[in-house]
Design a protein around this ligand. Structure first.
Ligand SMILES: *[C@@H]1O[C@H](CO)[C@@H](O)[C@H](O)[C@H]1NC(C)=O
Ligand SMILES: *[C@@H]1O[C@H](CO)[C@@H](O)[C@H](O)[C@H]1NC(C)=O
Ligand SMILES: *[C@@H]1O[C@H](CO)[C@@H](O)[C@H](O)[C@H]1NC(C)=O
Ligand SMILES: *[C@@H]1O[C@H](CO)[C@@H](O)[C@H](O)[C@H]1NC(C)=O
Ligand SMILES: *[C@@H]1O[C@H](CO)[C@@H](O)[C@H](O)[C@H]1NC(C)=O
Ligand SMILES: *[C@@H]1O[C@H](CO)[C@@H](O)[C@H](O)[C@H]1NC(C)=O
Length: 492
């Protein structure tokens, strides 16, 4: 009799387990944080109020509108400088845990340097931070999201090593003003994107094409600037402010197919993600970057490698300057080795051609395909390469043409978050935060307002920039209520 009871009990437990686990699988672990994000130039507008100085995106969009798909700019953007209370109310109504926003350097320091502080600029960010806290939303601050003051660019911008000190002076002003309220800081957003687009091509401001090496110099100084600010926080602020600080890096995913092998994948990963992250988590640039760029530079006749070298002191100083792994991720590519290399022709430093797998659905930007398994491949690689660090995802999202019934966006979030929970549960990946990019439709850099990443719609021709819910607004609301990934609603 007793034995029978035990067997029945065990049987029932097994049944409960199975039925419970199908649900548990899509529920976020307790303590996991979910939020949304924006960046100053993309949403604030108010480009010339109070004493705000001109930044490199003001300058670029005003003087070279031909580089922006619709010729428009961020002068008004989403008008968030005036509508921040409404933004916070929206974030609260969806139920997000935190809001990641960035500071406009030239709003705080109009001429770039710390000799003149614009109190009204600082006050805006204090207001926003206090409004978030008053509504139970954690503020997360990105100190630099691509929009440095124009005067600094005239002095060489990120190709000038003095930028390291100017950035540290600026960061100090931010820690003094906001550090008592903000517990997570991101020094710098996506170095490889603004360096690659802005100092090697005309895709982004400042649009300097610099001998196929401007981007390497830009990252070099960026990493020094990041490390300097990390140490400054550690030495002067951490004991009192008790926060955490790191940078966030854009990393692509990849599909595995018959042509890919571990060597090819590693090479692609190191040239994209490792370029920024290896110096911080392991020390110095990845070996494959150092050897390949030195070899190609020599073939090109340079007496030096186009990839600058760190001194041993800098290698040590940069290493370990991350309290967490900040990750921005959107999409994945097919990787192909450049076939010309077999005949000794080196066209691409990385040696990798990236293409989109056309069997996957794509968003309104042609590079943006929905490929969640590539996200999983990436997260497992980060786990293996950097000793399973705590990963905080600061951007992930999908662009379309602004449809209010945005089923594709929901499909994207559903599949990426399902993949995320799978690698957390099954592969032991230590991901602790997820950020949906973006709160609302906004100025998408060189694409202007032609593509939209928002969970909330903004009427970008209305002078008041009215906000309207999308289908994904209510989908996200249910995700936050249940802390569980919801199904994609069936379209009618
Ligand atoms: C600010 O820029 C707008 C154009 O976006 C212009 O109409 C306005 O006059 C400028 N205001 C000041 C104070 O310069
Ligand atoms: C900050 O908030 C105060 C009080 O609501 C308001 O008077 C001030 O205009 C705000 N400043 C900015 C720059 O938003
Ligand atoms: C940088 O520019 C060179 C020359 O225009 C180009 O061949 C190379 O692919 C670019 N590299 C990156 C990372 O964009
Ligand atoms: C594209 O994706 C499909 C579906 O996963 C896969 O079968 C195919 O091999 C991929 N193509 C390439 C070239 O990787
Ligand atoms: C991996 O792929 C690359 C590019 O296709 C090829 O050159 C290399 O020989 C492959 N390595 C192995 C171990 O198969
Ligand atoms: C957007 O705003 C413009 C200008 O106020 C208005 O004419 C238009 O109807 C609005 N669009 C939508 C979809 O509400």
């Amino acid at each position: 009799m007793e034995r029978y009871m035990v067997i029945v009990t065990i049987f029932c437990m097994v049944i409960t387990r199975i039925s419970c686990c199908d649900i548990v699988k899509l529920t976020f672990p307790s303590g996991f944080k979910i939020g949304t994000a924006s960046a100053a130039y993309q949403v604030e507008g108010a480009w010339n109020v109070s004493d705000k100085g001109e930044n490199i995106w003001d300058h670029w969009t005003h003087n070279y509108p031909e580089y922006i798909r619709d010729g428009r700019n961020g002068d008004v953007a989403c008008n968030s400088y005036y509508k921040y209370k409404e933004d916070v109310a929206l974030i609260k109504s969806i139920g997000f845990d935190f809001y990641r926003f960035s500071i406009s350097w030239s709003r705080v320091l109009p001429n770039g340097f710390a000799n003149e502080i614009n109190e009204e600029g600082i006050q805006y960010y204090k207001n926003l931070t206090e409004e978030l806290l008053a509504n139970g939303i954690e503020p997360i601050v990105t100190i630099y999201h691509w929009d440095h003051p124009m005067i600094l660019e005239e002095l060489g911008g990120w190709t000038n090593e003095l930028m390291v000190e100017w950035f540290a002076d600026y960061a100090r002003v931010i820690f003094d003003a906001l550090g008592p309220l903000v517990k997570t800081f991101i020094t710098i957003n996506e170095p490889s994107v603004y360096c690659g687009n802005g100092y090697n091509t005309t895709r982004h401001s400042p649009g300097k094409v610099l001998e196929n090496m401007g981007h390497y110099i830009c990252i070099h100084n960026t990493l020094k600037a990041h490390a300097t600010v990390y140490h400054m926080y550690d030495d002067e602020y951490r004991s009192e402010q008790q926060g955490q600080i790191s940078l966030t890096t854009q990393c692509d995913g990849w599909y595995l197919n018959d042509d890919s092998n571990a060597t090819l994948v590693d090479q692609a990963f190191q040239f994209n993600c490792g370029w920024v992250v290896h110096p911080v988590f392991v020390g110095d640039y990845p070996e494959i970057m150092k050897t390949r760029i030195a070899m190609i530079s020599e073939l090109e006749g340079y007496p030096f490698s186009r990839l600058p070298e760190f001194s041993d002191e800098w290698v040590e100083y940069i290493k370990g300057t991350a309290d967490f792994f900040g990750l921005n991720h959107y999409t994945s590519y097919i990787l192909t080795a450049d076939p010309d290399e077999e005949s000794g022709i080196y066209n691409i430093d990385s040696g990798i051609i990236k293409s989109v797998n056309t069997s996957y659905p794509v968003g309104s930007l042609a590079w943006m395909s929905i490929a969640p398994e590539g996200f999983g491949n990436l997260l497992r690689m980060i786990r293996d390469q950097y000793d399973n660090p705590p990963v905080q995802i600061f951007e992930n999202g999908y662009c379309d043409l602004g449809e209010l019934d945005d089923y594709d966006r929901i499909t994207y979030y559903n599949s990426y978050m399902t993949e995320l929970l799978s690698v957390i549960n099954n592969d032991n990946c230590n991901v602790v935060r997820y950020t949906a990019w973006s709160l609302m439709d906004n100025f998408e850099w060189s694409d202007g307002y032609t593509v939209n990443f928002g969970i909330v719609s903004v009427n970008l021709t209305d002078p008041d920039r009215a906000r309207t819910s999308k289908l994904s607004t209510s989908w996200w609301r249910s995700v936050m209520e249940t802390r569980t990934v919801q199904d994609v609603p069936t379209s009618v």
